[in-house]
Design a protein around this ligand. Structure first.
Ligand code: FES
Length: 153
C-alpha cells in the first residue's frame, strides 16, 4: 500500500458514523486493551455461536478518530466470520479495508487487532477452546468502569 498522508473517505465515514457501537449483555468474549502512550482504550464484545461463528460484535472506544474508525471497521469485518477467519482480521486487513491510514495512526489499527484478540482470548478461556495462533493479550487493562465515565461524573 502506498503511503497515505490523510484520512480516506472510508475512515471519515466510519469515524462519523461508527458501526456497532455499544455494549453487549452476556458476550461470549470481551476484551479491553489500551495504548499506554496515547492513553486510548478500546473494548470489544463478541457474540460467538456454537459453530464458532461470530454472530455479533460491538465496541466502545475511548480514543482518537482513527481508533474509532478502526474499531468500527474491525467489528464489521469479524461479523459472520468463523473464529479462524476472525484471526485473519489483522491491523493490516483493517487498514486496507479503510483505504489506509497515515503512518502516525498505524498504532490505532493495532489496537483494533489487539481488542479482537483479547475478546477471542476471553472466549477461549471461558469455553476451554484453543484458538490457533492466539496469545494472551499483552495490553489488556484492568476492567474498571472508571475509564468510561465522563470526567466530572
Ligand atoms: Fe492512540 Fe489513535 S492516537 S489509538
Amino acid at each position: 500500500m502506498s503511503q497515505v498522508t490523510e484520512y480516506s473517505e472510508k475512515v471519515m465515514d466510519h469515524f462519523s458514523n461508527p458501526r456497532n457501537v455499544g455494549e453487549m449483555e452476556n458476550p461470549s468474549g470481551v476484551g479491553t486493551v489500551g495504548n499506554a502512550k496515547c492513553g486510548d482504550i478500546m473494548r470489544m464484545y463478541l457474540d460467538i455461536d456454537e459453530n464458532q461463528v461470530v454472530r455479533d460484535a460491538k465496541f466502545k472506544t475511548f480514543g482518537c478518530g482513527a481508533a474509532i474508525a478502526t474499531s468500527s471497521m474491525a467489528t464489521e469485518l469479524v461479523k459472520g466470520k468463523t473464529i479462524a477467519d476472525a484471526m485473519e482480521v489483522t491491523n493490516q486487513a483493517v487498514m486496507e479495508a479503510l483505504g489506509g491510514l497515515p503512518p502516525v495512526k498505524v498504532h490505532c489499527s493495532l489496537l483494533a487487532q489487539e481488542a479482537i484478540h483479547a475478546a477471542l482470548w476471553d472466549y477461549s478461556q471461558k469455553n476451554d477452546v484453543v484458538i490457533e495462533g492466539l496469545k494472551a493479550p499483552v495490553n489488556d487493562i484492568e476492567e474498571t468502569e472508571e475509564y468510561y465515565q465522563t470526567p466530572g461524573e
